[in-house]
Design a binder for this molecule. Structure first.
Ligand code: ATP
Length: 329
């Protein structure tokens, strides 16, 4: 099973530029979480801080008792082995076949025999639907296949925590839908803790158990998906609606006068409209149930009294609805 990641009071700046402050959240073990946020709000910086590649100046990231910010370098390096990382561009070596790319971490970091490496690589290529493409070079395949190859490579060392940075970038809507299903199927098969950074509203709406959003140097919210999806926080509502009207501007925040004008001319009225919540994806037929589902249900029902009313209503509806039925906020 995946491992819980506890983030406490994390603050990161580069020189005088504060990226975010006092970020506190827990990625529940084995669940899928999504971090949203406008461009430049520090989502990638957050991922890098989780694995100890960037050092926030305040706060802790606790994984199995190791603090990835201030812990001993030896412990941090050991703990890093629990992670699988999928980068935006797949980060494949152009001159190596897909097989060799995916085998690379095994050949670098383990002493496994070639026969064992072959077994693992073929298994992971099967998980991401790439069997048959072993001999292809990255330049000979589509962007979607490259993403899946990057995901397969992230899986070979049996990670317990998987971080995906914009796995959908450059993909068309159909490929993105397939990728969403792949992420859920993967979670059903390996029960790893997953954090996906994305701008993609379809992934956000259908994949995660939990969602958060970074905006204006703060974590606006993080919790069960229904909290963010029913949120009346203007920045969240604007982001989910993909609209120009609202507090988020081309480069960060709008001024008060522009916001007031939008209120007056009614163009921001959508912020108050109810939003439909799409059902979460289920694993493909033939795959096991996601073990996270039952754990998450218990966890969420245990925290109901702390959640906003709209989120509580949406959660109760989703647990009452037969599989595949949508709910309205
Ligand atoms: N190593 C670094 N040194 C200095 N500034 C950095 C460094 N890495 C990131 N930044 C700055 O931190 C800010 C956040 O960057 P980051 O890439 O995390 O944003 P993001 O939310 O992932 O954006 P996008 O959605 O566009 O990928 C940016 O202003 C970026 O220039």
């Amino acid at each position: 099973m995946g491992i819980e990641v506890v983030v406490e009071g994390l603050t990161k700046s580069f020189g005088r530029q504060n990226i975010w402050q006092d970020v506190t959240l827990t990625l529940p073990a084995g669940e899928v979480s999504v971090m949203l946020g406008p461009s430049g709000t520090g989502k990638t910086v957050f991922l890098k801080s989780l694995i100890g590649l960037l050092k926030p100046e305040r706060g802790r990231v606790l994984i199995n008792g190791v603090d990835m910010v201030n812990g001993r370098e030896r412990d941090i390096n050991e703990t890093r082995k629990l992670f699988g990382l999928m980068f935006q561009d797949g980060a494949l070596f152009g001159s190596m076949t897909l097989f060799d790319n995916i085998a690379f971490p095994l050949r670098e970091h383990t002493k496994k025999k070639e026969s064992e490496i072959r077994r693992i690589v073929m298994e992971r290529m099967d998980v991401v639907g790439l069997l048959g493409a072993e001999a292809k070079l990255p330049g000979e395949i589509s962007g979607g296949m490259r993403k899946r190859a990057g995901l397969a490579r992230a899986l070979v060392l049996d990670p317990q925590i998987i971080l995906c940075d914009e796995p959908d970038s450059g993909l068309d809507p159909v490929r993105t839908a397939y990728l969403s299903q792949t992420l859920i199927d993967l979670n059903a098969q390996i029960d790893a803790t997953m954090l996906i950074v994305t701008h993609n509203l379809d992934i956000a709406a259908t994949v995660p158990d939990n969602m958060g959003m970074l905006y204006c140097r703060n974590l606006v919210t993080f919790g069960p998906r229904e909290v963010l999806l029913t949120s009346r926080e203007p920045a969240v509502a604007q982001f989910l609606a993909g609209r120009r009207e609202g507090p988020i501007a081309m480069s960060e925040e709008k001024d008060a006068a522009t916001l007031a004008a939008e209120q007056l001319n009614g163009s921001a009225a959508y912020l108050d409209e109810p939003r439909a919540i799409q059902p979460q994806l289920e694993p493909s037929p033939g795959l096991p149930e996601r073990q996270a589902v039952m754990r998450r249900r218990e966890r969420v029902l245990g925290m109901m009294s702390q959640l906003p009313e709209a989120a509580r209503t949406a959660i109760m509806k989703s647990y009452a609805a037969p599989a595949g039925g949508g709910v309205q906020s």
